[in-house]
Design a protein around this ligand. Sequence first.
Ligand SMILES: CC(=O)N[C@H]1[C@@H](OP(=O)(O)OP(=O)(O)OC[C@H]2O[C@@H](n3ccc(=O)[nH]c3=O)[C@H](O)[C@@H]2O)O[C@H](CO)[C@@H](O)[C@@H]1O[C@H](C)C(=O)N[C@@H](C)C(=O)N[C@H](CCC(=O)O)C(=O)O
Ligand SMILES: Nc1ncnc2c1ncn2[C@@H]1O[C@H](COP(=O)(O)OP(=O)(O)OP(=O)(O)O)[C@@H](O)[C@H]1O
Ligand SMILES: N[C@H](CCC[C@H](N)C(=O)O)C(=O)O
Ligand SMILES: [Mg+2]
Length: 488
Amino acid sequence: MKNLKDILYKVSINQVFGSTDVAINQLVFDSRKVKKNDVFIAQKGVNVDGHLYVDKAISLGATVIICEKISFDKQEGITYIRVNDSNAALAIMAANFYDNPSAKFPVVGVTGTNGKTTIASLLYQLFNKAGYKVGLLSTVKILVDETEYKATHTTPDSITINHYLDLMLEEGVEYCFMEVSSHGIHQKRTEGLTFTGGIFTNLSHDHLDYHKTFSEYRDVKKEFFDNLPKSAFALTNIDDKNGNYMLQNTQAKKYSYALKTVADFKAKILEKQISGTLISIDGIEVWTKLIGVFNIYNLTAIIATAELLGLEKFEILRIVSELESVSGRFQYTISDDGVTAIVDYAHTPDALKNVLETINDIRTGNEQVITVVGCGGDRDKTKRPKMAHIASHLSNQAIFTSDNPRTEEPQSILDEMELGVSPENYKKTLTVLDRRQAIKTACKLAVNGDIILIAGKGHESYQEINGVRSHFNDLEEVSNCFNQLKNK
Ligand SMILES: CC(=O)N[C@H]1[C@@H](OP(=O)(O)OP(=O)(O)OC[C@H]2O[C@@H](n3ccc(=O)[nH]c3=O)[C@H](O)[C@@H]2O)O[C@H](CO)[C@@H](O)[C@@H]1O[C@H](C)C(=O)N[C@@H](C)C(=O)N[C@H](CCC(=O)O)C(=O)O
Ligand SMILES: Nc1ncnc2c1ncn2[C@@H]1O[C@H](COP(=O)(O)OP(=O)(O)OP(=O)(O)O)[C@@H](O)[C@H]1O
Ligand SMILES: N[C@H](CCC[C@H](N)C(=O)O)C(=O)O
Ligand SMILES: [Mg+2]
């Protein structure tokens, strides 16, 4: 059992009532999960205020309460600690609770609007192929060496992060790559971690429901770099408008990567095909199975990171040519009738534009591009018309459909999307509320040579309607349609 006073190290404390010399069981921020001798951390949430559940937590056995305000009657025998910021306190206590695992092996964080999962997962693959035991914390899954765990967030809460980092150390993992989301930074989920390096991918429109303005969203991302230690490296995409800005106040050692601008790590695209891309990096030609300019940015970041972490250049480039695309990121299948279906997680205007431009770049010209796309409910509404405009403008046919409506009325999301379609593109659009039917419609419309893009859900294996998740996977659906059409 841990002692409370040991895990309070470095926590910014305002007031203490009761003893800090007490044995504690677990740290818990959800009153419903409290057990005997737990520490309950009351967080001001987005929906409710955790401070309302302090008495409930005590009734279930909590003996220590960490809170920002004491707006309730104090109970005998309970230790109350008032802090400035419960989220930050939780993050530091969680790191202390697990004996600061992030300080014991290299942990690299990837942040930016798009490309985090791709970069973190490919770094996992690369270091794995180089013979190391690796850990991954990503949107798609959590990996502790080869053992897989379910991911619920892009960046989990700080207790979960430290729990997995600790498990990684136990299993002899030598490097960990993790995604750092803007929600994660804002809610201080990554505070208290010692990063060996940070990577910035790019910044574009997303999550303006949560962060309200673009500058607030940008500055939250920047905080990650502001907090990196001197010993870390900070690697940025210097071709991105905000690439320099991100590193303005970091103490970490700065490095840049680019395809256009002069940079520490620079790549050039020599040839693009549907099966892959030929690139040149430091005068060495490398073939990669990855497709799209955006993926070459991702790859350049990966090569740079591997070098900064000390891997040998030729070894890195040899492995790069073996890397496989990440689940739900430009994954494709070709039907017996010669129709190509691409499943991609593009769920932001920028990502959708990139994917469609990539498709338009590699197509030969005569085929149709049919895009099936929707926008998530309870998420940034301002991206809806933009994504509809991009899909209709850059495809021959756009089919608007549902993508996790969550608690919203599915049709109203589609109505908001349609507002973005320009009059000249109206005739290229269709609305099919049910995603399964929308994919079927695309398959029926497509003929030999055509390309179907199914965007927004990538690897996801569910559709969430009215809070209920039912099994749904785009790649599975389109493969089924291809088979059904074949058997007709
Ligand atoms: C908007 C958001 O980020 N919400 C996160 C937040 O929840 P919340 O603020 O809504 O919590 P709340 O329901 O208001 O509750 C406040 C506090 O009271 C506690 N509580 C609540 C009820 C109760 O009975 N007892 C109790 O103690 C809760 O445990 C919590 O500590 O804190 C929770 C605990 O850490 C998170 O699970 C939750 O993520 C939700 C599920 C979520 O959907 N988050 C998404 C938006 C997210 O974080 N996404 C990013 C990726 C984005 C990207 O694509 O870049 C991610 O990193 O995954
Ligand atoms: N470097 C990039 N620049 C722009 N778009 C990208 C880039 N990398 C990937 N994409 C596009 O964005 C989609 C999401 O990619 P990925 O899952 O790697 O991003 P992410 O940052 O992890 O997203 P999330 O915020 O959901 O965790 C991909 O399917 C692809 O369409
Ligand atoms: N991490 C992102 C994923 C969005 C994926 C899309 N399919 C949706 O459900 O909106 C989010 O939670 O906003
Ligand atoms: Mg991700």
